[in-house]
Design a protein around this ligand. Structure first.
Ligand SMILES: [Ca+2]
Ligand SMILES: [Ca+2]
Ligand SMILES: [Ca+2]
Ligand SMILES: [Ca+2]
Length: 448
């Protein structure tokens, strides 16, 4: 005996259902309800009482209850009273759309109840659909079907998650910019269960972490990064932006200028220079001083910040020695330029002085004679001296160690000629003086 089903039948009495006795078949020994069936027509069962051993089955005829008690040994209801559990088609979850049609299949001649409300009235169809409205977050739908007797199926529950909210804007940790490295790992924080997109490309798939990290490749110049987070529904956060400037070109080699050929001051050296980096500018200069191009034997590399000239004092430099100033520049990305060099400067503590020249200025002489010039000069720093002689800007005696020069005047036109005497200390110091000399034609010899 299926007592539960009996209890169920008792429950029928709570409802407005009509029974047809004729629908039941039974015999005296073992009554069997083969096809419980609703019949239409008036009447009402107020309190049908079905008991295991004492069953009253009501029959409505002409609006009156006609009933009879039966004593049953067993009741075997061979119809499945409870409808099949409805089958729900897959739902879209999570979603950012606030309405959705839930659909599925059901037994024919059943209705669909969703969360206790009749969503689909009883009909003969086996397919059903019902539109639901969603609220932000979880939306649980408990779905049953009921047959005409009001017998309810087992329930099936679906949850549709509505998510229309955008994630919080992600953060980015400070980037290194400018840089001379063409890749960089950037990182920051994000909402859990979001992905990270950079310039429209998903770089971190959705995950539960609140941290993100991406190794990016940089192009020369500015690299503007628009970074957003997206949730599972692709709701997108606002943008956080970073810019990384990649500069792989070093500054131009500094053009270094010292103070000429020589300096008389053996205690200091001065130089100036120019360099530039169009992309990231200059952030530092360093200089050094040595006794040969590129050498740093006098002053090792020293920073002078952004100064574009330097006077290095406190030196004890050697007479006659050349010194070279080296300069290099660093740009904003940390790249150093090639080393620029000055062309060298000598220490020359004094320059030659011409004391006198014989013959003196305004000398006269005859053409075809030889005029002997003799120079008396000195240089207080002890440099040995060289002498050069020119006539009317034409060199006729190149540099020589002798202060004497014998001018053979033959072939030179009569008239006034400028004799230039130059004295060099071979360290850049030069003294010069012009001796105007008038050549006359030599008169014919007097007859004896
Ligand atoms: Ca969201
Ligand atoms: Ca550059
Ligand atoms: Ca120089
Ligand atoms: Ca000198």
């Amino acid at each position: 005996m299926n007592f539960n089903r009996l209890v169920f039948i008792i429950a029928l009495g709570m409802l407005l259902f009509l029974f047809s006795v004729s629908a039941y078949s039974y015999n005296s020994a073992n009554y069997t309800l083969t096809n419980p069936k609703i019949v239409t027509g008036g009447g009402k069962v107020n309190s049908p009482n079905y008991f295991l051993d004492d069953v009253t089955i009501g029959k409505f005829l002409s609006g009156k209850i006609q009933s009879q008690n039966y004593t049953l040994d067993a009741i075997n209801i061979d119809t499945q009273l409870k409808p099949n559990t409805p089958i729900i088609n897959s739902v879209t979850t999570p979603t950012n759309i606030s309405t959705q049609a839930i659909s599925g299949t059901k037994d024919a001649d059943t209705s669909i109840y969703i969360n206790g409300y009749e969503a689909v009235p009883l009909d003969a169809n086996t397919a059903w659909s019902y539109g639901v409205s969603l609220t932000e977050g979880n939306n649980y739908f408990i779905i049953t079907s009921r047959n005409i007797e009001g017998i309810e199926s087992d329930s099936v529950t679906v949850n549709i998650i509505l998510d229309t909210t955008s994630p919080a804007v992600p953060t980015i940790n400070p980037v290194t910019s400018p840089t001379n490295t063409s890749t960089q790992i950037i990182s920051g924080t994000k909402e859990a269960d979001t992905s990270i997109w950079i310039n429209g490309i998903e770089r971190v798939p959705i995950n539960s972490s609140s941290l993100w990290l991406v190794n990016i490749s940089l192009a020369e110049g500015n690299n503007i990064l628009n970074i957003t987070a997206k949730d599972a529904l692709l709701n997108e956060s606002q943008i956080t932006q970073a810019n990384i400037l990649l500069d792989t070109s070093a500054p131009g080699t500094p053009q270094v200028t010292d103070d000429g050929i020589y300096t008389t001051d053996s205690s200091q050296l001065h130089a100036s220079w120019a360099s530039s980096d169009p992309e990231t500018g200059i952030t530092e200069y360093q200089y050094a001083i040595g006794t040969s191009p590129g050498a740093i034997d006098i002053v090792d590399w020293l920073s002078c910040g952004l100064s574009i000239d330097i006077t290095h004092t406190g030196l004890n430099l050697s007479q006659g020695q050349s010194y070279f100033i080296s300069v290099k520049a660093k740009n904003g990305a940390g790249d150093w330029s090639n080393v620029g060099l000055s062309d060298g400067i000598k220490i020359n503590q004094s320059t030659p002085a011409i004391i006198n020249i014989q013959p003196p200025n305004a000398t006269a002489g005859y053409r075809d004679d030889t005029i002997n010039f003799s120079v008396n000069a000195s240089d207080s720093d002890g440099d040995s001296l060289l002498y050069q002689f020119s006539i009317d800007t034409q060199i006729i005696q190149p540099w020589q160690a002798s202060p004497d020069f014998n001018w053979q005047t033959s072939g030179t036109n009569p008239g006034i000629h400028a004799i230039r005497v130059e004295v060099s200390d071979n360290n850049g110091g030069i003294a010069a003086q012009d001796i105007d000399t008038c050549l006359f034609r030599k008169p014919p010899a007097l007859p004896n």
